[in-house]
Design a binder for this molecule. Sequence first.
Ligand code: SAM
Ligand code: SF4
Length: 512
Amino acid sequence: MPENMLGNIFVHSFIFAAFMSDSLYNNEVAFELQPKKIDEARQGETLTLERPQHVISNGKKFYIESYGCQMNFSDSEVVASILAGAGFDSTSDFYEADLILINTCAIRDNAEQRIRHRLQHLNAVKKKKKASLVGVLGCMAERLKDKFLEEEKIVDIVCGPDAYRALPSMVEEAETGQKAVNVLLSREETYAEINPVRLNSNGVSAFISIMRGCDNMCAFCVVPFTRGRERSRNWKSIVNEAKELYERGYREVTLLGQNVNSYRFSEDEKLVGKKLVDAKYDESVVNFAKLLELVAQVAPDLRIRYSTSHPKDMTDDVLHVMAKYPNICKYIHLPVQSGSSRVLDAMNRTYDRSWYLNRIAAIRNILPDAAISTDIIAGFCSETEEEHQETLSLMDEVKYEMAYMFFYSERPGTVAAKKFKDDIPEDVKKRRLQEIVDMQMKHSLIRNQQDVGKTYEVLAEGVSHRSSEHLFGRNTQNKVVIFPKGNIQIGTYVQVKVTECTAATLKGEVVS
Ligand code: SAM
Ligand code: SF4
């Protein structure tokens, strides 16, 4: 593997892909089999939409491309909606654009390097078309603030994740030749009433952002600094969005947030900030278990998924609601990060190995058929060989269906960067990561083999990229299943009997 290999590797029961520099999968199947969290095939995706008819065009076009996690893609939909409301039209050709926006990710160094390469490329566009403004949005904008303007001369606008409503006025400011920066983080902003556009979707599954920010302060993570304090969106606007999507033919929604299980909303004005966190049992408070139930009641054939859960907040009441509603998918992403209690403590994850395994036991007990996936970081500061072995032994005990695996990348400003030395040599980090990946591959295959012979309800999501005679969809466990197309319509449910598998995919035949 080249020296500059990116640190991110994930293995799905259906995918195995190592990402190198900017190249995407060379495995054709991987495209359709993407798990939905950090969708590598969507990196750099552009978004176009029609301006609402009642809004008069301002004669300008914007182009937006997105990087990073699903939250960023969801945010780009909000940005597109705000700009369309201000009279902008959109384009998928940046040579045509008056405003070029890049929604950025800062989670690991390689994510930032990718954006910097992209900006170099856009420099050429700007030379050709001097009037174009270039704006950076999202986490990297928030992390670098006006330093971005010094480091990347091409940039005219720097806009943090809580300032998107100000974008139209920032564009006006930049048009006068000033550089425009707004990186104020908010304690309230949830963009609750902004109806995101969904034009690049498959018309079957959509994401609904239910909260923003994160209060957890994991030592390695930049998110609390780039996305600010945790705040939950009004549950009524979430339920309405789910209803609207259902009426438009969508059959699956994924509730999104950095830590959805700590969702908490109350309309009682007395319960703001910390008081809301403490008011666990106040009747006016809608917690995540209640929210899940409210969204599940929108329609029995609307599937509900959610991501991501922090183990400390994965309570039994959430598991019981999942068990009660067949339309809440039996799939849980529960990032462990490390199998060593000492490393978990250094990471400030606020749980230890036995607490985590207790949560896994609760899932197995309440939801025996649930699939479980995780995130793992190899080579965190001071991790010993024995502690790395503890991660492997935890994996062996849980046998995850899927994992997103990374080697540790120090992020400036984080607790770990301030307190600890990034002292595991890169070759050791990569070797440990490879051992983790190899083990996950084994487990993904075992888990898939257990599915052969079983029949699953699958939501048909699209045509297989390998064969136009086949469709693909996912079962409740989030496993992608390939099956013959026949007369099946995309967006409908089918019963598929699994007949064969690899570590990367399930294949089957339609039985009804
Ligand atoms: N809020 C989510 C959670 O706690 O599961 C995670 C969000 S983060 C975007 C996704 C994953 O990136 C984390 O779970 C962690 O495994 C990984 N990650 C975050 N910071 C990292 C770093 N500095 N180096 C390597 N991986 C990192
Ligand atoms: Fe980062 Fe931890 Fe918050 Fe996840 S829970 S976003 S890893 S600080």
